[in-house]
Ligand binder design. Structure first.
Ligand code: 13P
Ligand code: ZN
Length: 275
């Protein structure tokens, strides 16, 4: 099968296009990665080439050794992915040590995978381990409301989680583990990748102060839906905070406990503190 005919590639392209339409990807902002299933790699093997040089990942992901990933290219605009996928995204293979990668398909006019490759691969590795291989997608976007909140809320997991949960009833159902927050750091390197992947052991969402969101999920729908839900809640919270310095009423810890009982959720008590 041709790479572009594969369902996982079409799903990947759709996320890029939907994200661009959401206004989460100014210019080259954001990046996306997918850990390809062995049978999917097999299905497109006719188009994969293994003659490109190995290059350092910039970190070590031994639990991803020998696996293949579909990732966006650095400097590429999400809005262009649907127009010319082969020029804007690529399939990479990780070597047997988990320290180097090579491009096997795509980026036909040259280029490299996203500068956030260390974060993507370290997050994918953590998620592979903690979900028994279920999670395959890592998505980074620059949604305005969530970024705006990082200028006014304390950069604490417990504050962001509680405020986002209160903004919309479905939030604790969609991200019951909560969200983590990473203080401002230089993007694109190993240091921010280590900090983010540490949070990904506990959460599916990591908010990067004054920068954006990293989130992870089982497939494209749940991962895009998670990004969408967090940013929608942030949008509501920004509106509430713009209208009034205080909330007249909100969802209370008791309400959250009732919700948890009915929806059979485990909501960590650390987020149900009295204010
Ligand atoms: P890339 O173009 O390298 O993917 O970087 C975009 C970005 O959002 C960096 O955080
Ligand atoms: Zn970014």
């Amino acid at each position: 099968m041709k790479v572009l005919d594969a369902a996982f590639v079409q799903g990947f392209i759709r996320v890029c296009d939907d994200g661009a339409r959401m206004n989460w990807h100014e210019r080259n902002g954001g990046n996306l990665s997918y850990r390809i299933k062995p049978e999917e790699v097999e299905s497109v093997k006719e188009e994969l080439a293994f003659d490109k040089p190995w290059q350092p990942i910039g970190t070590s992901v031994p639990n991803l050794a020998g696996e293949f990933f579909l990732v966006t290219g650095t400097g590429r605009f999400f809005r262009n992915v649907i127009l010319d996928p082969a020029a804007n995204i690529c399939i990479i293979e990780v070597d047997e040590k988990g320290e180097n990668f090579r491009i096997c398909w795509g980026l036909v006019n040259g280029g490299r995978p996203t500068s956030e490759l260390p974060s993507h691969l370290m997050n994918l590795e953590v998620k592979k381990l903690v979900t028994n291989g279920r999670y395959r997608v890592v998505y980074h976007a620059h949604p305005a409301n969530t970024i705006a909140l990082t200028f006014v809320l304390p950069l604490e997991d417990k504050v962001f989680t509680r405020e986002l949960w209160e903004a919309m009833t479905e939030c604790p159902v969609v991200f019951p583990a909560g969200v983590g927050v990473v203080k401002w750091m230089v993007p694109g390197g190993r240091e921010v990748a280590v900090a983010t992947s540490e949070l990904m052991k506990k959460y599916d969402v990591a908010i990067w102060a004054h920068h954006g969101i990293f989130c992870s999920g089982e497939d494209f729908d749940t991962t895009f839906g998670l990004m969408h839900t967090v940013e929608k809640a942030a949008d509501i919270l920004v509106r509430v905070m713009s209208m009034s310095p205080t909330k007249r009423q909100t969802i209370t810890p008791r309400n959250f406990r009732d919700l948890a009982a009915d929806f059979k959720l485990t909501l960590p008590e650390e987020f149900l503190y009295e204010k």
